[in-house]
Design a binder for this molecule. Sequence first.
Ligand code: 5GP
Ligand code: ZN
Length: 112
Amino acid sequence: MQECLFCRIARKEIPADIVWESETILAFRDIAPVAPTHILIIPKNHIPSLNEAEDPQLLGQILLAAKEIARQEKIDGEGYRIVNNIGENGGQSVGHLHFHLLGGRRIGWPPG
Ligand code: 5GP
Ligand code: ZN
């Protein structure tokens, strides 16, 4: 049994504001949002980061889920950003693969 934080959220042991769910994927609002819409999309199974991800179908499903959630959040028209942080230089702080869906304001570029 994984003791990882996002595994525990996926198992519903820790509460989260869930906005979308499938058999393999969970999406919930970030606890410290950096944009009006800030949602985390995770595989329910533990994968530490994109470096360890191997299932093209799952990765495709996550991107399609992001698109669907953006529509649900009504930010698809004005635009949004999907971010995946990997490792130390990427700024990853939780070691369970997750994609940030950010929207509701203009997101700056380049990243800091
Ligand atoms: P990272 O920095 O790894 O790319 O992103 C981790 C994200 O998880 C951060 O944006 C952080 O705010 C969020 N986070 C950390 N702990 C929790 C939690 O317990 N619940 C939720 N909903 N988000 C969390
Ligand atoms: Zn995990």
